[in-house]
Design a protein around this ligand. Sequence first.
Ligand SMILES: NC(=O)c1ccc[n+]([C@@H]2O[C@H](COP(=O)([O-])OP(=O)(O)OC[C@H]3O[C@@H](n4cnc5c(N)ncnc54)[C@H](O)[C@@H]3O)[C@@H](O)[C@H]2O)c1
Length: 264
Amino acid sequence: MTDRLNGIHALITGAASGIGAACARRMAGDGAQLLLADVNGDGAKRLADELGQASIQADVTRAADIRRMLDAAYDRWGRLDVLFNNAGIAEIRPLLELSEDDWDRMLGVNLRSVFFVLQAAARRMREQTPIAGSELRGKLIQTASIAAYRGGLANMPHYAASKAGVVSVTRTAAQVLAPYRITSNCICPGAVDTPMWKKIDAEWSKLEGWQAGEAWKRRTSLIPLGRPETAEDVAGLVNFLASRDSDYMTGQALNVDGGLVMGN
Ligand SMILES: NC(=O)c1ccc[n+]([C@@H]2O[C@H](COP(=O)([O-])OP(=O)(O)OC[C@H]3O[C@@H](n4cnc5c(N)ncnc54)[C@H](O)[C@@H]3O)[C@@H](O)[C@H]2O)c1
């Protein structure tokens, strides 16, 4: 526990599980005030109660929920310093079998929502005074993936495309919002041990006719640093991006993957 994030007010989407939850724990431990948002409202509330923070049930694919989420932050704090734009879904769909509905559902959550949550936050942030102790008005942090760069996940073409889109949106936002002193960066985790990867493993292993756990085993065996990634490994980077130590960084896509993107 440090006071690194004292005075920082942050909204985390997809906060009920996995990476979002680990980042919430880490950021709360370092003094941030948090609003935990998730389509799973009960899960977000449970974690918020445990951490002494606030929560809201919100489906980021719905414009009304995005508005409600931002209103909740501004009603509570009068400002928002950090957006951790993290909610996402994954599913296995071989390229030759993927349907239009599969594509729309995936891109709807992982790219369309990420864009409109970012836009809603940036519209409010540009009107506010700088963050205490910083020259910046706000910080936007998106969760992309190393899937944005190269295959390895050949059976998730729509997921990979959505994450490449997140990198693109992150960079455009960095350029457009720099004059307002709002930064925009994204993180690219590798193979992280979360409920999302349990689902990927179940679907991928079934597709290949492997035993459950085999897809995860094969994928993580390729990690140069020699062990699977934990959500806490990701939380360290997000914490840094939320802190004043990263104020001079914008437009970056940062890999936190144990070297997997070079190793596979
Ligand atoms: N697990 C990995 O290996 C990995 C790797 C790279 C990137 N990521 C990305 O990290 C992010 C978090 O993934 P995770 O592994 O923690 O997954 P997870 O499934 O454990 O958590 C995702 C959370 O997002 C929430 N969510 C999903 N759709 C939502 C919606 N429409 N509105 C609001 N909340 C919604 C879920 O309820 C869940 O709590 C995702 O964007 C994912 O693509 C994960």
